[in-house]
Write a protein that binds this ligand. Structure first.
Ligand SMILES: NC(=O)c1ccc[n+]([C@@H]2O[C@H](COP(=O)([O-])OP(=O)(O)OC[C@H]3O[C@@H](n4cnc5c(N)ncnc54)[C@H](O)[C@@H]3O)[C@@H](O)[C@H]2O)c1
Length: 260
């Protein structure tokens, strides 16, 4: 078991990728706390992972601080933080996005990552270190249409990851990011789009591996970065995207071998 004796706090662990991380971490021996605004989903994951649910809105610094404190009060320490909570917002041209929506998206997608990491690091210093893994996105690597606040928040996670990795490295904390591509994580917007064959075709065409990813495949990468297997890895972003960001896949069905 790769996380034996470790305590992990997972934000956004009620559903999707965060929930898959919670389940996998528990299988690997970790004691897991789940911080989320979704009480029902959070309790469900907590039961599945044999863990503890904490009601927490990560856009609020005081609630992030309290979630870290509650994890330590319950389990005695904190070794791993996974920042999976995010707020997507709607899809609007940047010129049409309201200031309120810009702030609401960044409050969760970026500010919450900073708050949780800051308070988690303060606890990790006490026990000689730990690991922080933040879920970013291929949208933060590349940019995306009509999604300016989310893209800005996700790309800022890379700077935050590198800066915190530098600040905390000598005190034993590694800080990394994982950037998923298109993941079949049950999110309602993705479920809706999956029903459209043209969208599915586009997603598969953009993905070298020619399929959507599964939340468990992201959880495997998060586990690697959170575990001692990654003991010399810090400040990095690992794309778990089926090849979305490595270049354009072939135009399937349009070229024959040997054609100029
Ligand atoms: N699914 C994908 O294709 C995909 C691709 C790239 C990146 N991601 C990222 O992966 C992470 C997980 O997304 P998912 O696809 O599993 O979706 P999801 O909606 O299942 O998970 C997001 C979780 O964050 C929680 N959350 C939202 N606002 C919160 C707040 N203010 N405080 C606390 N919790 C809050 C939600 O309740 C939910 O449990 C997110 O950071 C998302 O941006 C997902």
């Amino acid at each position: 078991m790769r996380l034996s004796g470790k305590v992990a706090l997972i934000t956004g662990g009620a559903t999707g990728i965060g929930a898959a991380c919670a389940r996998r971490f528990a299988e690997e021996g970790a004691r897991v706390a789940i911080a989320d605004i979704n009480r029902e989903g959070g309790l469900r994951t907590a039961i599945a992972a044999g863990g503890h649910f904490i009601a927490c809105d990560t856009s609020r610094a005081d609630q992030c601080r309290a979630a870290v404190a509650e994890t330590v009060a319950r389990y005695g320490r904190l070794d791993i933080l996974v920042n999976a909570a995010a707020h997507l917002g709607g899809y609007h041209d940047a010129a049409a996005m309201s200031e309120e929506e810009w702030r609401a998206v960044l409050a969760v997608t970026l500010d919450g990552v900073f708050y949780c990491s800051k308070y988690a690091a303060q606890e990790m210093f006490k026990t000689g270190g730990g690991a922080i893994v933040s879920i970013a996105s291929v949208e933060g690597v590349l940019g995306a249409a009509s999604h300016v606040a989310y893209v800005t928040g996700k790309s800022a996670i890379f700077g935050l990851t590198r800066s915190m990795a530098i600040d905390f490295g000598a005190r034993g904390i590694r800080v990394n990011a994982v950037s998923p591509g298109i993941i079949d994580a049950g999110r309602p917007d993705i479920e809706r789009l999956k029903a459209d064959p043209a969208v599915m075709r586009f997603w598969r065409d953009m993905t070298v591996l020619d399929r959507m990813g599964q939340p468990e495949e992201v959880a495997g990468a998060v586990l690697f970065l959170a575990s001692d297997d990654a003991s010399y890895v810090t400040g990095q972003n690992l794309c778990v995207d089926g090849g979305w960001t490595i270049g354009h896949p072939p135009l399937r069905g349009h070229y024959q071998d040997g054609e100029p």
